[in-house]
Design a protein around this ligand. Structure first.
Ligand code: GDP
Ligand code: MG
Length: 224
């Protein structure tokens, strides 16, 4: 009996972290279900653990397993289980809510406690579709905070979709670079360096960099 073919080669757990109502569930929905219209109803995330999205990087099928925090963040009841195995984080605040920006300190401490600081993290200022008069955190403040932390920075809107694909793609790219830097699949490589297994690819073993702090990555910002 043959097993189901795998439809991906690499899989990474992604977590969206930040205050309640900053738009985490909306960003996940916007990225994973781009055809569905934006709704301003609060997302009923209870019971939904994660969604899988497959994207191609260097010819490799990368599965992002994107976890929602299901409202637990409101009560600060995220546990080690939520964080375990996470390879990429979108740290999200609401550009129209300064408190959600101030509270990033809490979320950074939580990430530190759960040893996520050396994983791939991008700072995300969501709801940039709002008129700038409503913004309580200007672009420069977000950019400076990101650059102090050595993070990339995006301003996004789950409503207009601005930068939503881009920020998840960037995270996928960074996670692959950090965890499987040498893995590139060209048509002519398949069958030579890689064995096809059940329609998927058996990965050769690599010596992955142990200490990500030593990486030379360029950090920059993506704003409107
Ligand atoms: P979560 O608690 O962080 O998961 O936030 P939700 O995704 O539930 O969003 C909270 C509220 O903000 C909902 O009413 C959303 O429709 C709204 N919202 C989320 N993202 C955006 C955005 O980019 N622009 C606007 N205008 N509203 C948003
Ligand atoms: Mg939510």
């Amino acid at each position: 009996m043959s097993s189901q073919p795998k439809d991906y080669d690499l899989s990474y757990k992604v977590l969206l972290i930040g205050e309640s109502a900053v738009g985490k569930s909306s960003l996940i929905r916007c990225y994973s279900k781009p055809d569905q219209p934006f709704t301003s109803a609060l997302m009923p995330t209870y019971g939904i653990d994660f969604v899988n999205v497959i994207t191609i990087m260097d010819g490799v099928r990368v599965r992002l397993q994107i976890w929602d925090t299901a409202g637990q963040e409101r009560f600060r009841t995220l546990t080690a289980m939520n964080f375990r195995g996470t390879k990429g984080v979108l740290l999200v605040y609401d550009i129209t809510n300064a408190r959600s920006f101030d509270q990033l300190q809490y979320w950074l401490r939580a990430m530190n406690k759960h040893e996520l600081m050396y994983e791939e993290v991008i700072l995300v200022a969501n709801k940039c579709d709002f008129d700038e008069k409503r913004w309580e955190v200007d672009t420069r403040t977000g950019e400076e905070f990101a650059s102090q932390l050595g993070l990339k920075f995006y301003q996004t809107s789950a409503k207009t979709k601005e930068n939503v694909q881009e920020v998840f793609q960037e995270l996928a790219k960074n996670m692959k670079f950090a965890n499987h830097p040498d893995l590139v699949v060209n048509d002519d490589q398949v069958g030579e360096d890689f064995d096809m297994v059940d329609g998927g690819i058996r990965l050769p073993s690599f010596d992955y960099p142990k200490d990500k702090r030593q990486r030379n990555s360029t950090r920059c910002c993506y704003t409107k």
